[in-house]
Design a protein around this ligand. Structure first.
Ligand SMILES: Nc1ncnc2c1ncn2[C@@H]1O[C@H](COP(=O)(O)OP(=O)(O)O)[C@@H](O)[C@H]1O
Ligand code: SF4
Ligand SMILES: [Mg+2]
Length: 358
């Protein structure tokens, strides 16, 4: 089993607002092994972006503050590094890809210049070497005719090409980890699938680990090895993609599965959104944060907060494999090492995915 690359331990990040303290990330732990693709999934506002920004120490200040935890990366706690060392981590070791490339691309610099700049500054390449490498990077992300493309500007690129360009920029510093925050949400479904496929392929070929952040559980099935489901600033379920699709052990995950289409299955008509709203993060209840929306709730849910705990292993139904029929998929990591966990008092009762959805 691969070594742990990133180990987020008990991370808590808050924002001071006029409405009170927003507990955006609340005592959250998860990890990424070398070369692995891990997903962070949940509805908008559950703390996914703040998690990624906390790792990069880019939480907006002074309102935002990391108030607890450790972010161990290659054995060092990023939260204790000085700003200079942290800049090196951001430039070289961990790259980030955002949802909207236009906010991260400079509209007045050519594509070539934006690629060569980082190569010269961070990778110590000469202008000549950087130019050659920039062309290679464009080819690597599937942009043909680099010689014609390099002098162009971002507005001359389509949305999908801009996202490819972002991936090329992320790869240019040869990072060991990429944090991809909703990298395809702004794109249409066909292009989404192409970009995700590209990212998965590159991460496998280059051995780059990836944290894939998305609100859409439908997209992670084919691309993530393990999945962390977040709700109201906390991880409420974690397991292999296979486990989560086959036997979700939290009512929220079950709700997500019923509410999103999957990119790898034929479109179904019966999608059911999860009723109700996520809780106010300034006033989290004493018990389970999902209670007002939960069909499985019992009395103790109101008073006792369910901890993440290991779920007794059950065989996942054979048909719940996340790959397309007839398509080989690498075996998921063994449960023995990475237990399927859920923060729900009634986890054992959840478990069966709606037959109508299959
Ligand atoms: N700069 C900020 N000031 C105050 N609250 C913030 C700020 N950034 C994020 N939040 C709050 O933190 C919570 C988590 O946000 P975020 O991580 O962006 O969610 P998402 O899962 O959609 O990425 C949300 O309730 C959001 O309103
Ligand atoms: S702990 Fe209770 S309220 Fe929370 S998800 Fe489980 S059953 Fe529902
Ligand atoms: Mg976000």
């Amino acid at each position: 089993m691969a070594d742990t690359l990133l180990d987020v331990r008990n991370l808590s990040t808050q924002f001071s607002t006029r409405g009170g303290i927003v507990r955006a990330v609340d005592d959250v732990s998860w990890d990424v092994k070398e070369g692995e693709t891990v997903a962070l999934v949940g509805e908008s506002g559950c703390g996914k972006s703040v998690s990624a920004l906390s790792i990069m120490r880019l939480v907006s200040q002074p309102a935002g503050e990391i108030v607890g935890g450790q972010v161990m990366f290659k054995g060092r706690d990023l939260l204790t590094l000085d700003e200079e060392a942290m800049r090196r981590v951001r430039g070289r070791e961990i790259a980030m890809i955002f949802q909207e490339p236009m906010t991260s691309l400079n509209p007045v610099l050519s594509i070539g210049r934006q690629l060569t700049e980082g190569l010269e500054i961070h990778m110590g390449k000469t202008p000549q070497q950087a130019r050659v490498r920039a062309g290679e990077l464009l080819s690597m992300v599937g942009i043909s005719d680099p010689e014609r493309r390099l002098p162009q500007y971002p507005h001359q690129f389509s949305g999908g090409m801009r996202q490819r360009m972002m991936i090329a920029m992320a790869l240019s510093c040869e990072p060991s980890l990429i944090l991809a925050d909703e990298p395809t949400t702004a794109l249409d479904v066909t292009i989404q699938a192409q970009i995700l496929e590209l990212m998965k392929d590159l991460s496998r070929r280059l051995g780059v680990a990836m944290l894939m952040i998305t609100h859409n559980l439908g997209v992670v099935a084919r691309y993530a090895d393990r999945v962390n489901v977040m709700y109201a600033g906390r991880i409420i379920e974690r397991g292999t993609a296979r486990e989560l699709y086959g036997t979700p052990r939290h009512p929220y995950t079950l709700g997500l599965l019923r509410s999103v289409p999957r990119l790898d299955e034929p479109r179904r008509s019966r999608l059911a959104p999860i009723e109700g709203q996520p809780p106010d993060l300034t006033r989290l209840p004493a018990g389970c944060a999902f209670l007002p929306r939960c069909a499985f709730r019992v009395e103790r849910c109101a008073t006792e907060r369910p901890p993440l705990r290991e779920i007794e292993r059950l065989e996942a139904p054979a048909r719940a494999t996340p790959a397309r029929a007839g398509e080989a998929r690498e075996p998921a990591p063994s449960n023995d090492v990475l237990p399927h966990v859920s923060a729900c008092w009634e986890a054992e009762r959840v478990g069966v995915r709606d037959e109508a959805r299959r």
